[in-house]
Structures are given as C-alpha cells and as structure tokens.
Design a protein around this ligand. Structure first.
Ligand SMILES: Nc1nc2c(ncn2[C@@H]2O[C@H](COP(=O)(O)OP(=O)(O)OP(=O)(O)O)[C@@H](O)[C@H]2O)c(=O)[nH]1
Ligand SMILES: [Mg+2]
Length: 306
C-alpha cells in the first residue's frame, strides 16, 4: 500500500515539474493580470516575448506568437486560451504521438543524438516497453565509438530481456548489417539501433550516420523506419542547432525528448515542431526502465496552464 502511494506521489512530482516549469516561465509576472480586459502595451508584449523565449519555445515561434497577440489585440483575459490554441496548432503533427509500426513488417528505429542526450537509456526503456506490448525486439549496438558503449547497452538489453547484436567496436555499419540480417531471418518485429553521439568531428558523424542509413536502405528497403532524434530537454535552445546537424545526416522522422523529470522546461518540443516540423513522439521522465511515455500534446498543453 505504502509503495503504491509513493509511486503515485513520485509520478505527480514528475508531472508537476515537466509541465509547470514551462507554464511558470511563460506567465512569469502576468499571473495577476489575467482577468483584465485590456490589450497589452508594447512593454508587456516585450515581456511576453522574453518569457516565451525563456520557456525555450524558440525565438521564431515567440516572435510569431507575440506578433499575433499585437495584431489581434488579444486581451489579458484571453491570453491563456490564445496561447493554448497557438500551441495546439504548433503541435498538430505530434497529436498522433505513436511510433510508426506494422506488425507484418520489420520496424527499424534508428536512434541519433549528441553525446549524453540519452540515446542508450531510451533504447533500454523502449525495448522494455515494446517487449511488454508483446513485440519481439532486437537491439543493435551501433555505437562503436565510445569505449564501454556496448556494455552499457548490453546491461539495458538484459534488464529489458531482449536480444542484442554487438561486435565490440568494429565498424558500426557491420553491426547494423548483422542486426538487420538476424532481425529479418528470425522474424523480429523491431530492431532498435544505437549510434555514436560524438565522433571526432561533425563531418565524420554525418558520414557515419549516412553510411548506416544506406545499409538499412539496401538490406531492408521495405521496413518501417523511424529515425528518432534524442534531445536532452535541459539543453533548451541548443537542441535546435543539434536538430540541424542531424537533419543534414538523416531524415529525422520524430524526436524523443529526455530528462523532462528535472528542471527542464520542455519548450524545445514546440521549437522543434515549429522550426523543423518534427513531431515529438516519446518523452523520457527519469533514469529507470519504465520512465518513458508516449508524448501526449493535449495533456502537455493543458498541464502547462493548469
Ligand atoms: N533524469 C533523467 N536522466 C536521464 C534520462 N534519460 C537519460 N538519462 C541519463 O542521462 C545520462 C546519459 O544517458 P545515455 O543514455 O548514456 O546517453 P547517450 O545519448 O547514449 O550518450 P553517448 O552514448 O555518450 O552518446 C545517463 O546518466 C542517463 O541515466 C531521463 O529521462 N531522465
Ligand atoms: Mg549511448
């Protein structure tokens, strides 16, 4: 009984953090004015813009939104509804937050992101989630760059109770090749591919990811493919420049935003949707195996202003 309540409390704390950090940043200084029926003056509009930027929603989107508030003479009492509506429009592609999946095909989820973003952890959690849904899951240890990367992934595979292909620091494309072959021959539903977060330089990183992708295209042209960019929510706006690098290398189909259990604001979810039209489908809310959620944009927006 005690444990049950404890878990619930932990979950509530997490939710409060994830969503309210963003809301607090956006409405800072305005909470007491929200029942007034007058349009905002220029100083107030500037404050709203700074608040939105501070909430990590991205400069472009913040400027867009404030311009609309000015043009439409939105009054303070309408501000929250107006913002909710704008945010819903921004996240319309995230509304169907499920990863693409076809039970009759091999589903290949290729995971990219900078060093420390949470790729390997996400793979462990996702493997566990998919396995619990009854899917046969294989992991390919494609980070052949960082020492101990394979061991870390192996531990996650054991925790999740799924199979892993690792070749201990041989070329990542060779590991992916073997993973694809095994997955196809042995009828796996899902192949999760880990990748290196940092190579010697950006050129190497992009070239390696492109090579990995061409192996998938050649060996499994008919697979269902998601290229998932993992972003650490704590990095806020830096996430946008990361997105740029990775979209140059692979066709990023969705984001997984991690570490939303801490002091992060989560605004990056709006920025990525607005600037890159990339939906967020998964969020990471802790370091444990079940700290993963499908991203629910409606819930996210409602809780921001709750
Ligand atoms: N609090 C919290 N920590 C997380 C979350 N996801 C990952 N982490 C932690 O972030 C750190 C880095 O995670 P990794 O999964 O190793 O990151 P990575 O992207 O694989 O890093 P590289 O392999 O070095 O490229 C670890 O200490 C994880 O426990 C999350 O959702 N919440
Ligand atoms: Mg890793």
């Amino acid at each position: 009984m005690f444990n049950f309540f404890k878990k619930n409390n932990e979950e509530n704390t997490q939710k409060t953090n994830i969503f309210q950090n963003t809301g607090n940043a956006i409405l800072a200084g305005f909470a007491n004015f929200l029942n007034q029926d007058k349009p905002f003056d220029e100083f107030e509009l500037e404050d709203i813009e700074s608040n939105l930027i501070r909430a990590d929603i991205g400069v472009e989107l913040a400027v867009d939104i404030v311009e609309k508030i000015r043009k439409n003479k939105i009054t303070s009492s309408k501000l929250v509804d107006f913002l909710k509506n704008e945010f819903e429009n921004t996240l319309k592609d995230s509304a169907e937050a499920q990863l693409k999946y076809d039970a009759n095909k091999l589903n290949v989820y290729f995971i990219v992101g900078i060093n420390g973003a949470g790729k390997t952890t996400l793979i462990g959690k996702l493997a566990n989630k998919l396995k619990n849904e009854g899917k046969k899951v294989l992991i390919a240890a494609g980070d052949t760059f960082r020492a101990a990367a394979e061991e870390q992934l192996d531990i996650w595979a054991q925790r999740a109770g799924v199979d892993i292909v690792r070749k201990d620091r041989i070329d990542s494309s060779a590991v992916i090749y073997e993973g694809l072959e095994k997955a196809q021959k042995e009828g796996y539903n899902v192949l999760l591919i880990d990748t290196a977060g940092r190579l010697q330089n950006k050129f190497n990183l992009i070239e390696e990811l492109k090579k990995n992708k061409s192996v998938i295209a050649k060996l499994a042209p008919d697979c269902i493919n998601e290229n998932i960019l993992v972003l650490d929510a704590n990095l806020g706006q830096n996430g946008l420049s990361q997105a740029k690098v990775f979209t140059e290398a692979v066709d990023v189909t969705c984001c997984a935003v991690t570490k939303l259990d801490g002091s992060a604001k989560g605004g990056i979810i709006f920025a990525i949707a607005h600037d890159y039209h990339i939906p967020t489908k998964l969020i990471g809310v802790g370091e444990k195996i079940d700290d993963i959620r499908d991203f629910d944009s409606k819930e996210f927006i409602e809780k921001i202003f709750a």
